[in-house]
Ligand binder design. Structure first.
Ligand code: NAI
Ligand code: MG
Length: 360
């Protein structure tokens, strides 16, 4: 199989961690006889330095014409970097918002997986996480409250602000289908999270999700109110497989779920649409405090590359091989600083990448 991947290394630790993910992809290509062609493009602060804009039209064109995008992270130190003296539309983050919008990525996937080897970092009581947990939060990314009409105006003698939330059947159906497709590749359970006891958008959400569920008789569907879900995530995280939810609920719940795993350097993510195209990136930022020191954990980015193999290229066996290689390296006791604990062996960014490659 031959695929064209647009690579955005970005700022801060971005270049270091993406280099390791590319090493792993190359090892997969060699072992399984595929060909991955990379085209590097600039986005974020490095693009501002080179072209004066966080994402150029040429860079966007290359991303659009590729089969998928691998992204490190963008942004610098938000108090000291000159990038943050620019107007908002010219700052690094504007590149990220623009590329997501232009590529039409409406589904954001964030796995929360507790590695047996790292359970010491999990803030929950041990009996709650015995045997680990493995869930996937699927968040709608382009609708809802964050994209509704908003205003702030004077009413009488005080200011009043409005944000409006709307969802169409089309918007709900396409993310629900994606969620059920992904559940079919996993443990065949979908928990749809809403606030249907209060919100009209949630009642429509529930109705459309139930219609989509009829096309997937093998998948178990349950509905959960968002406040209850927030509790259940810390009460019994093992009950979840795929959590399917709208934009704002997903924003909050995905951060909650990821912190239950305890390790920011291990959290991958994918942003998808109807076809096989996707953008893959770690959940963390550009970590300017540790950039250029060969200490950043590359695993979140390598796991994101594994998601690319699975969700964009349909290479499930290859994705599993990468995930198992990571698991083996952790089992052997190798750790970057962010996941270091007593009795383990400290390694740098490059060494971690090499170890994972050696297990492939
Ligand atoms: P951050 O995620 O970059 O860092 C938070 C803390 O976690 C820092 O102490 C950092 O050293 C550590 N950390 C993050 N990733 C790590 C890794 N792979 N290995 C070891 N330690 C790691 O968040 P922060 O500091 O709030 O933001 C820094 C910059 O990143 C800002 O400019 C922000 O706007 C940007 N950012 C970019 C994102 C993206 O490109 N998608 C997402 C989040 C933030
Ligand atoms: Mg968030």
């Amino acid at each position: 199989m031959e695929k064209n991947i647009a690579v955005i290394k970005g700022d801060g630790i971005g270049p270091e961690i993406v280099t390791e993910a590319m090493k792993v992809l190359d090892a997969v290509a060699k072992k399984y006889n595929h060909k991955f062609n990379y085209t590097e493009i600039l986005m974020g602060g490095c693009s501002i330095d080179a072209y004066g804009v966080p994402l150029s039209d040429e860079a966007l064109k290359i991303a659009k014409e590729s089969d998928s995008v691998l992204l490190g992270a963008i942004g610098g130190n938000t108090t000291t970097s000159p990038w943050y003296k620019l107007e908002p539309s010219l700052r690094p983050e504007a590149g990220l918002l623009k590329i997501r919008k232009e590529l039409g990525l409406f589904a954001n996937l964030r796995p929360a997986y507790l590695y047996d080897e790292l359970k010491g970092a999990c803030p929950l009581k041990e009996e709650l996480t015995e045997g680990g947990f493995d869930m996937m939060i699927m968040r709608e990314l382009t609708g809802g409250l964050y994209f509704g009409e908003r205003s702030t105006e004077k009413e009488g003698d005080q200011m009043v602000a409005h944000d409006s939330m709307s969802y169409s059947e089309v918007e709900i159906r396409r993310i629900a289908k994606r969620g059920f497709d992904i559940a079919m590749k996993r443990n065949k359970k979908v928990t749809s999270v809403d606030k249907a006891n209060v919100l009209d958008t949630s009642r429509l959400w529930r109705k459309v999700v139930e219609e989509v569920a009829k096309e997937y008789p093998e998948v178990t569907l349950e509905h959960m109110l968002v406040d209850n879900c927030a509790m259940q995530l810390v009460r019994d995280p093992k009950q979840f497989d795929v959590i399917l939810t709208e934009n704002m609920f997903g924003d909050i719940l995905s951060d909650e779920a990821s912190m239950v795993t305890g390790s920011i350097g291990m959290l991958s993510s994918a942003s998808l649409r109807e076809d096989s195209f996707g953008m893959y990136e770690p959940s963390h930022g550009s970590a300017p405090d540790i950039a250029g020191q060969n200490i950043a954990n590359p695993i979140a980015t390598i796991l994101s590359a594994a998601m690319m193999l699975r969700y964009s290229f349909d290479l499930d066996e290859e994705a599993k091989a990468v995930e198992e290689a990571i698991e083996k390296v952790l089992k052997e006791g190798y750790r970057t600083t962010d996941i270091m604990s007593e009795g383990k062996t400290l390694v740098g960014t490059r060494e971690m990448g090499d170890l994972i490659v050696s297990h492939l």
